[in-house]
Design a binder for this molecule. Structure first.
Ligand SMILES: Cc1cc2nc3c(=O)[nH]c(=O)nc-3n(C[C@H](O)[C@H](O)[C@H](O)COP(=O)(O)OP(=O)(O)OC[C@H]3O[C@@H](n4cnc5c(N)ncnc54)[C@H](O)[C@@H]3O)c2cc1C
Length: 230
């Protein structure tokens, strides 16, 4: 792991509380798709964030700005409210939640900013000169929390036979392109017959309910990879 400076160069609002943040890093380092960066934030101690894309010294992250609570430390507020050219101390890369080097069909399930490492893994997997399928199930509670729809459409156009995606909203009435399901409803006997590896990311409760459902369908834990945001 390396200590380096991360300079905020660009900020894009994706939803009412989710931001795409671009940083220029002080050194060029390799990372595996799915790994994360840890910021050392004054008064917060530290906070980790998965990397969406890394090109040369430029890293893109997607961060949800959580409201401040009495016991909270406000790390996401410090990062999302930062001004362009603000510099942060960071340590990276770290993490074992990485894309496996094989050609089995893979299913990715993520909620909110849990999309970040999955998106990186999917892009890198699709770039390989192989034929395995990548299916993404992206769940948010309300339509107003949805982001990256255009990016998913573009990926589908580029890789029509290898990339598939389902957008799921669990609490809105609006039917739009989205199904009103809870994220685990997607996991069925039919799905586990088609996919050999499972990549899960977000809050511990969401991951544990997916793991439980996969276990009921006799999926071996060795084929289930996850990152818990806690
Ligand atoms: C390996 C790893 C990678 C991560 N990658 C990302 C990422 O790519 N993007 C991203 O936005 N976050 C990511 N996180 C989460 C991130 O590290 C922080 O936990 C998050 O930004 C909240 O920090 P905070 O200081 O703002 O929260 P605090 O100020 O300490 O808490 C504020 C409020 O946030 C709520 N809260 C915080 N996290 C959660 C949660 N997971 N579920 C429910 N409530 C929560 C608390 O209930 C509280 O109300 C990752 C975490 C890990 C461990």
């Amino acid at each position: 792991m390396w200590m380096m400076q991360a300079l905020l160069t660009k900020k894009i609002g994706l939803t009412h509380d989710v931001y795409e943040l671009h940083y220029e890093l002080s050194q060029e380092k390799e990372m595996k798709p799915g790994q994360f960066i840890t910021f050392i934030l004054p008064g917060v101690w530290w906070r980790s964030y998965s990397v969406l894309r890394l090109e040369w010294k430029n890293a893109i992250l997607i961060i949800k700005k959580w409201p401040m609570q009495d016991w909270g430390r406000g790390g996401s507020i410090a990062l999302c409210d930062a001004k362009i050219w603000e510099e942060f101390k960071s340590v990276w890369p770290a993490g074992h939640f990485v894309l496996q080097e094989n050609t089995t069909n893979k299913l990715f399930i993520g909620t909110g900013t849990g999309l970040v490492p999955l998106y990186n893994q999917i892009i890198e997997g699709l770039k390989r000169d192989t034929w395995e399928r990548y299916q993404l199930v992206f769940w948010v509670r309300y339509l107003k929390d949805m982001f990256y729809v255009k990016e998913f459409e573009e990926l589908k156009e580029k890789y029509p036979d290898r990339f598939y995606y389902h957008l799921v909203v669990s609490r809105d009435e609006d039917e739009w392109i989205i199904k009103k399901w809870y994220v685990t409803d997607f996991i069925s006997k039919n799905v586990v017959e088609q996919y050999s590896e499972y990549y899960l990311c977000w809050a511990p409760a969401m991951i544990e309910s997916c793991q439980e459902k996969l276990e009921q369908l006799w999926v071996s834990w060795e084929n289930v990879f996850f990152e818990k945001y806690s």
